[in-house]
Ligand binder design. Structure first.
Ligand SMILES: [Zn+2]
Ligand SMILES: [Zn+2]
Length: 422
């Protein structure tokens, strides 16, 4: 084989498309119920947008972006995630003049140069949404409920919903101080990446995944963000929890859930599948009240989430109770001889106009060959028209599941013709 799809990418073949269709439909149904409107942004942006909007010092910016110079010499980057582009569009189109918050959703590919492994792709697709222009915890509850409803309606019934509050720019320095104090005496116990994080961006110490040093134990024993919240953040946190309780959403408070960048504020959340125990989330999101300022706007609060569609497809495929509907023809048209072919083309066209899924059997095969074709296509019915049927004006309609067959006037064939031969 000379050509293959690029490493870390995949073709989404027809047999997987019903999963995609189902997930996209669930996403759009739920988003619409909460009045989120769709937005599409370009597949690439000025590199600088992501340097600021995703953040220098993150793995995405340091190691994972597809950045290139175009023929005009401009540095462009394939979108590695959704939020920065949406915020750029909000500012560019003056959406602050609209009723706030502006509720937006997107379904779009994202590109990251990651080490390919199960469930991780260099081109993956995200369903994401953002509510921009309202800092109230009632919006956090709305987004979290929406995330839950989306996953549930997509077919994920068992999930772990983890939330945390990471404070804001007035209280986070106190937490960071406590973290630094905690790590300071034990720098020999942590990996060299963590020692670098300790001096550059201590919050990211809590992101370490390495198990060859004592990093995990340190993370487990480290101080909790929610113990260092200022009055405003604490009130936001308690109101959010009371909303989630009133919605009967089961959540786990996970103090290790943090974002290592200053413009992330207050609420963060992640959803993991209940059983797999995998570290990869099905969905992740949070509040970013400092991001708009970072992008050169006046301060505007925002919150959102992103969810990888490939991950959800993967979950559904491992779930034996989840049955996806294949695309199967309602009827196959079998035709013997050219007058019959002329007839079936017209009948197929009119049945399709009445909403049926009709396939004409391949030309030039015997009756038996065409019947075999109909079986392999798993069609529910066949309509047989040969010279006898043309002469008598009566087509044969056969129910493939029980073998029942009846005659039906050719010029009266309609969806009803199939209803009384079951
Ligand atoms: Zn470490
Ligand atoms: Zn605070």
């Amino acid at each position: 084989m000379r050509y293959r799809s690029p490493r870390g990418t995949q073709d989404i073949l027809p047999e997987l498309q019903p999963y995609w269709h189902h997930i996209v439909q669930s996403a759009e149904n739920i988003a619409t119920k909460y009045n989120y409107k769709k937005i599409d942004t370009p597949m690439f942006e000025d590199t600088d947008l992501f340097l600021r909007g995703v953040g220098e010092g993150t793995d995405i910016v340091e190691k994972e972006m597809y950045t290139f110079l175009d023929r005009g010499g401009d540095s462009l980057t394939l979108r590695p995630e959704g939020t920065a582009s949406i915020c750029r569009a909000y500012i560019e189109h003056g959406m602050h003049t609209l009723p706030q918050p502006v509720r937006l959703y997107y379904i779009a590919p994202a590109f990251r140069y990651e080490r390919p492994q199960r469930g991780r792709f260099r081109q993956h697709h995200q369903f994401g949404l953002e509510a921009i222009g309202d800092g109230s915890p009632i919006i956090d509850a709305e987004i979290i409920e929406l995330a839950y409803q989306y996953l549930y309606s997509a077919g994920i019934s068992k999930m772990q919903f983890m939330i945390n509050n990471i404070g804001d720019k007035s209280c986070r320095p106190m937490f960071v101080n406590a973290l630094v104090e905690f790590y300071k005496k034990r720098l020999d116990d942590i990996c060299e990446d963590c020692r670098l994080r300790f001096s550059k961006n201590p919050l990211r110490l809590l992101d370490c995944k390495r198990t060859d040093y004592l990093c995990q134990q340190m993370i487990g024993d480290s101080p909790h963000t929610v113990d260092y919240l200022c009055t405003e953040c604490d009130e936001h946190w308690n109101r959010l929890l009371s909303y989630l309780d009133s919605l009967n959403i089961n959540y786990i408070i996970n103090p290790r859930l943090v974002r290592g960048l200053d413009y992330y504020t207050k609420t963060v959340f992640e959803v993991h599948p209940q059983e797999s125990g995998s570290q990869t989330a099905l969905l992740g999101g949070g509040r970013y009240d400092g991001l708009m300022e970072e992008l050169g706007s006046k301060p505007v609060p925002g919150i959102g989430f992103g969810s990888g569609i490939e991950r959800i497809v993967g979950e559904l495929r491992t779930n034996k109770n989840f049955v996806i509907k294949e695309l199967i023809p309602d009827a196959i048209m079998i035709h013997i001889g050219s007058p019959a072919s002329l007839e079936v083309i017209k009948i197929a066209s009119s049945l399709r106009n009445e909403g049926m899924n009709i396939v004409i059997a391949p030309d030039g095969r015997s009756l038996r060959g065409q019947m075999r074709y109909a079986e392999s296509m798993k069609a529910s019915y066949v309509i047989i028209i040969g010279q006898n049927e043309i002469d008598s004006g009566l087509a044969q309609v056969k129910n493939m599941s029980n073998g029942t067959q009846k005659s039906c006037p050719i010029n009266e064939l309609s969806p009803d013709s199939f209803s009384n031969i079951d």
